[in-house]
Design a protein around this ligand. Structure first.
Ligand SMILES: CC(C)(COP(=O)(O)OP(=O)(O)OC[C@H]1O[C@@H](n2cnc3c(N)ncnc32)[C@H](O)[C@@H]1OP(=O)(O)O)[C@@H](O)C(=O)NCCC(=O)NCCS
Length: 481
């Protein structure tokens, strides 16, 4: 994640109908720590992107560690010391491109073969805003904000995707990451973003900035031969999709994504692909259709090289709205058993696609934890559907980079949820930003957030209301950026 150098990212290869990928980070400041540095400049508005792809330079996608829920882990890096000279934090321009690319390569390695080097003409790319921390004219740190929307609790919420984060080795430990976050998240709030997310190279880097791990994007491997044992579907067949079928496939993705917490909407400037472009990104997009030719599932897949022991089919999306749809798609993939030993699938959480598999074989070969923080607490809670009744005042504290610290009155009724800032009074449930992300996303209950040390105060009644309003949807992601 946060590995974008400035152009297309190796994970741009994770495309799907709606493809996208990518990474940008934006940040806003405010926060509990007071005023922004006067040298920090904020863009009036977020740039409206203009490009279609992922950023190259994001070469290193090493897996983050496991979700150390509850640990406010300190990384192996020396404890942050205050900056001795005040950095200037501002959006990058095309004139900063060379410095940014160099910093990205230094952090994440050389641009992968086949990935184009970023150009001035292509900078910054659609839906992307780069920020830099400068020591004089020298770029000492940078961060990318990508413009997304993602599904949470049945609503499409404006989302700042953070990526491409790098600080020059000699400048690490001076607090530049925090300065970048303050500026980027400040701009995100100004734009109206409700949440911010990222794929960390190490979760410990982002916990003090309010992010917590809420789910994990995985690549899993299934032996192709095992798929031949999936029961034949009844009343569903498969056929190859053309560009004309993409709207139906997108509609199915929407149905699935709306029922989860976390998936990107795959719309907006970060996903500019046409239907033809999407089809062209894959060896095949296969539909599962019922007897009336209605789409009940699809998978987008690429045929890897060879037909010996290394042969495999790489599946980006495998989604269906019926069990028969899943069976039809798995069996289609199983038909490659003679030439592709393995099928790999992008997945997360407990994938429904497994419910029709007779085999236990489902081996994660790559994992990328996904971190979340709230930027606009009232908007985030107002997005919750009516699931309970009650009133709770909750507090947020220790937000070091954004402005969520304070007290909020949350009222849940049959009409939905309202949430507004209120004056602090009495003993109320008090969350760190990370604790609030875990609860609000549905990743953890109040009881578990308390055990993690990220929630104190309040009553069992408060916890019951908060658990009830935030529960209800499994967490899933499919797009790496
Ligand atoms: C990550 C990076 C940007 C941090 O730079 P920085 O501004 O100097 O940040 P700091 O050294 O002040 O560290 C910030 C926090 O991250 C933690 N951290 C730093 N490196 C870490 C690591 N490898 N593992 C876990 N935590 C780490 C620090 O302990 C600190 O935690 P705290 O705020 O709770 O005290 C910089 O080390 C870097 O460029 N690394 C290589 C590229 C990279 O991994 N980028 C992140 C991509 S997701």
């Amino acid at each position: 994640m946060v590995v974008d150098l400035l152009a297309e990212d190796d994970d741009a290869l994770l495309q799907q109908p709606g493809r996208q990928l990518v990474v940008d980070h934006e940040e806003r400041s405010l926060g509990g720590v007071g005023a922004h540095d006067p040298t920090v400049r904020h863009p009036g508005t977020s740039p409206k992107a203009v490009l279609p792809q992922a950023d190259p330079l994001s070469a290193g996608r090493d897996a983050g560690g496991p979700a150390e829920i509850g640990c406010r882990a300190r990384g192996p890096v020396a404890q942050t010391v205050p900056v001795t000279t005040t950095p200037t934090v501002r959006p990058l321009t095309a004139d900063d491109l060379e410095q940014s690319v160099a910093l990205g390569i230094e952090a994440f390695g050389a641009i992968p073969d086949g990935m184009p080097r970023p150009t001035r003409e292509g900078f910054p790319g659609p839906g992307r805003l780069w920020w830099g921390a400068f020591d004089g004219e020298r770029l000492a740190g940078r961060m990318l904000r990508r413009e997304y929307h993602s599904w949470w609790h049945g609503q499409e919420l404006p989302t700042s995707g953070i990526a491409g984060v790098a600080v020059s080795p000699e400048e690490r430990g001076r607090g530049l990451l925090r300065e970048l976050f303050r500026a980027v998240l400040d701009a995100s709030v100004e734009r109206g973003d409700v949440v911010s997310t990222l794929y960390p190279t190490a979760p410990g880097i982002y916990r003090s900035s309010g992010y917590e791990v809420v789910t994990t994007l995985q690549t899993v491997e299934v032996p192709t031969a095992e798929l031949t044992r999936v029961r034949p579907p009844v009343g569903v067949r498969t056929r190859r999709a053309t560009a004309a079928d993409l709207p139906a496939a997108r509609a199915l993705y929407d149905v699935w994504a709306r029922a989860q917490n976390g998936p990107l909407t795959r719309r907006g400037p970060s996903f500019p692909a046409t239907d033809e472009d999407v089809i062209g990104d894959f060896t095949g997009v296969t539909l599962a259709v019922d007897e009336s030719d209605a789409v009940v599932g699809y998978c987008s897949w690429n045929r890897g090289r060879g037909y010996g022991p290394e042969g495999r089919i790489e599946v980006q999306d495998l989604l269906a709205t019926t069990a028969e749809g899943y069976r039809a798609l798995w069996r289609l993939l199983g038909s490659f058993a003679s030439v592709a030993v393995r099928v790999t699938v992008q997945t997360s959480g407990d994938d429904l696609a497994r419910s029709v598999l007779p085999t236990l074989s489902w081996t994660a070969i790559e994992s990328h934890p996904y971190m979340l923080r709230l930027l606009d607490v009232p908007a985030a809670f107002t997005a919750l559907p009516a699931r309970a009744r009650g009133t709770v005042v909750l507090r947020v504290h220790q937000d070091a980079v954004s402005g969520t610290d304070g007290s909020y009155r949350l009222t849940a009724s049959e009409d939905g949820v309202t949430c507004e800032r209120t004056d602090p009074e009495g003993d109320h449930p008090t969350f760190t930003p990370g604790g609030l992300a875990l609860l609000w996303s549905g990743a953890q209950t109040c009881a578990n957030v308390r055990m993690a040390g990220l929630l104190t105060g309040g009553t069992a009644e408060d916890d019951a209301v908060l658990d009830a309003v935030c529960a209800g949807r499994p967490l899933h992601v499919r797009d790496y950026f």
